[in-house]
Write a protein that binds this ligand. Structure first.
Ligand SMILES: [Fe+2]
Length: 187
């Protein structure tokens, strides 16, 4: 008889706290061209936004740490913001199956907002229930998780805006293939 207890599979997840946050927050808000709920569709058409340079410098240390866990080397392939006003929410969705995704909490109140809700990619074996996970998040945190994981932004019930910057990360090979497809799709 074996007494081994282990998991067959685990879902990788990283949570970073960006240092020097008040200064970095100001830098980010000064550069984000916020004029709507999101620039996702605009950026999908035109490619990476200008503000990737500022975001890149702010998340540099975290990405260096993350890179160690992703052998082929990584690239950010898309980036967008979402500003949720009262009543706004983003229902369950995923970002595809080709790498990792990240969420940076730029304007976030722990007492007024709810963190992102993640859904497990498998059911609870005993109950068959859909398992969910909500990390404790503080403003300035950066979460990194597999792009295929279903997640949602719960409704903003407060008068305080909630702003995040999200992006997708791919291995260099996958990114090249994706970019070729992107360029061809634009032709
Ligand atoms: Fe998302």
């Amino acid at each position: 008889m074996s007494n081994a207890r282990d998991y067959l599979f685990k879902v990788p997840f990283r949570q970073y706290s960006i240092p020097n946050w008040e200064v970095n927050k100001k830098k980010i808000l000064d550069t984000l061209p916020i004029n709507s709920y999101t620039d996702f569709y605009e950026n999908k058409k035109h490619g990476l936004p200008q503000y990737i340079n500022v975001i890149g410098s702010v998340i540099d240390e975290a990405m260096l740490d993350f890179k160690d866990t992703y052998p082929p080397g990584v690239m950010i392939t898309s980036m967008w913001y979402e500003r949720s006003k009262k009543g706004d929410y983003h229902g369950p969705h995923n970002h595809g199956a080709t790498g990792f995704s990240a969420i940076l909490y730029v304007e976030y109140s722990g007492s007024d907002h709810e963190p992102t809700k993640f859904h497990a990619p498998f059911l609870d074996a005993a109950t068959g229930e859909n398992m969910k996970y909500q990390p404790v998040v503080r403003e300035g945190d950066l979460l990194v998780f597999p792009s295929y994981i279903l997640h949602e932004a719960p409704i903003n019930n407060s008068d305080i805006d909630r702003t995040i910057v999200s992006f997708n990360i791919m291995g260099e090979d996958a990114a090249k293939a994706w970019k070729d497809g992107f360029v061809n799709a634009k032709k």
